[in-house]
Design a protein around this ligand. Structure first.
Ligand code: LRH
Ligand code: MN
Length: 429
């Protein structure tokens, strides 16, 4: 760690914030002393939290209309890891990266692993991609991949997922996320039943190749790129399939993969109760799968999701959850967006640790609706920034990561050594 951003740069930058932080932190400690919360155990929980960065999220994202790459864009997985290391050296809670294949394909995976670990970063859950045609495909994924009517196309999609597992094993990963775009744009285009059967038989072939200690994450999404029907469209379908496949199959909740006004925190509670919650793709959205910065539109919802997680954790109902970010940064420097997003996520978690769950349960058990709402809002209203900043300082990370990042002129410097990615194009990456 601190290979991408030197410790002394951070230490010197922190000096100018120390006085302010000490005051803010003292006020914070006084504020929560009334909630009989042990500050050391609070800091311990927050210090052990980690959220993985998406390798595809450090490059500028785009839409079907356009993509406006910035200067010093990372052009390959090695440069993407460098950028992820900058973020982790500054914030300290993003020490893992979730890769995407074939976007991050290399010739030498052990070398990539070594390079990555030299930055104090490790590889998290790997993602397969059968929503684009790889160069060597016979046929096409145009009409589907794991659910395609043509067995040879399904077999190629199954093989690509099994190859992902092999690449992940070489990188030290412990899981595979499978999101497929399979679906239809017209009524009558697909047979809903047979396409789901084909999905399950294809996934069973992939499931068989999972190492003992791996998990397989099923990612549901209601629409896009298919705009009439999507095979794995909602949490219920994902749950049924995960149950059908076996105990290593779990459900991944991408916050953007829900129709407007869906109560996502209740879906999280359901999947926890059903022992099938495996992970998250954090982001935020106003309309569709906008992949906006976490906590940028609806931070209260992010808090309510962590409220379900922390409550379940206190009841011993939560098993190892893969926390990951999945965002597309179309108009900001991806590094700055990921710094702020990781901050929003750790803040939401920290606020959930301030909820008085005993009193909440008592209020719920006597229908004291105002009291239960107040208990949540009280925790949500507490400014936890001083706590998270103090933890960063104590772990030698940046009190104000954006400020330090901007002092580095990082992208300007990288634009001198990285190949220019050329003008605007279109597409998500
Ligand atoms: C699909 C999705 C999926 C990734 C892709 C980049 O919308 O959320 O998780 O594979 O984005
Ligand atoms: Mn996703």
């Amino acid at each position: 760690m601190f290979k991408a951003v030197k410790k002394d740069i951070i230490f010197n930058a922190n000096k100018s914030f120390t006085g302010i932080l000490d005051k803010d932190y003292e006020y914070f400690c006084n504020r929560i002393s009334r909630l009989n919360i042990n500050i050391e155990s609070l800091k311990e929980k927050i210090s052990s939290f980690n959220v993985a960065l998406p390798s595809w999220g450090v490059g500028t994202g785009g839409t079907r209309f356009a993509r406006f790459p910035g200067i010093g864009e990372p052009q390959n997985i090695f440069e993407k890891i460098e950028d992820c290391a900058v973020i982790n050296d500054l914030v300290g809670i993003t020490s893992s990266v979730s890769p995407h294949f074939p976007w991050d394909d290399v010739d030498d995976y052990p070398a990539l692993r070594q390079f990555t670990e030299s930055y104090g970063i490790n590889f998290d859950i790997v993602n397969s991609n059968t929503f684009q045609d790889p160069a060597e495909i016979k046929g096409s994924f145009k009409y589907g991949s794991l659910t395609h009517i043509d067995q040879s196309v399904r077999e190629q999609a199954v093989k690509m997922n099994i190859d992902c597992i092999e690449k992940g094993k070489a990188l030290g990963s412990k899981g595979l996320t499978v999101w497929i775009a399979d679906g239809g744009n017209f009524p009558g285009q697909q047979n809903f039943a047979t396409s789901l059967d084909r999905y399950l038989s294809s996934m069973q072939l992939i499931y068989k190749k999972l190492p003992e200690d791996w998990m397989m994450l099923l990612e549901h999404k209601p629409y896009e790129p298919a705009f009439y029907s999507t095979v794995i469209n909602d949490w219920g379908t994902s749950y049924i399939c995960a149950k059908e496949l076996g105990e290593k199959a779990m459900c991944l909740v991408d916050l953007g993969h829900h129709l407007p006004n869906t109560n996502i925190e209740m879906i999280v509670s359901r999947l926890i109760g059903l022992k099938k919650l495996g992970g998250f793709h954090f982001n935020d959205s106003k309309f569709g799968d906008d992949d906006l910065d976490s906590g940028s539109i609806n931070p209260f919802e992010l808090f309510l999701i962590f409220n379900e997680l922390t409550n379940a954790n206190k009841l011993g109902k939560l098993k190892n959850i893969a926390y990951m970010i999945d965002q597309s940064h179309n108009v900001t420097d991806p590094i700055e967006s990921l710094i702020l997003s990781s901050n929003e996520i750790i803040n939401a978690y920290a606020k959930s640790l301030l909820v008085d769950y005993e009193s909440l349960r008592d209020a719920q058990n006597c229908n004291d609706i105002i009291k239960s709402s107040q208990i949540l809002k009280e925790a949500y209203s507490i400014d936890v920034n001083p706590l998270c900043q103090m933890i960063r300082r104590e772990k030698e990370h940046a009190i104000d990561p954006i400020n330090v990042y901007r002092s580095l002129n990082y992208k300007e410097n990288k634009s001198k050594v990285r190949k220019d990615s050329g003008g605007s194009s279109s597409g998500i990456v």
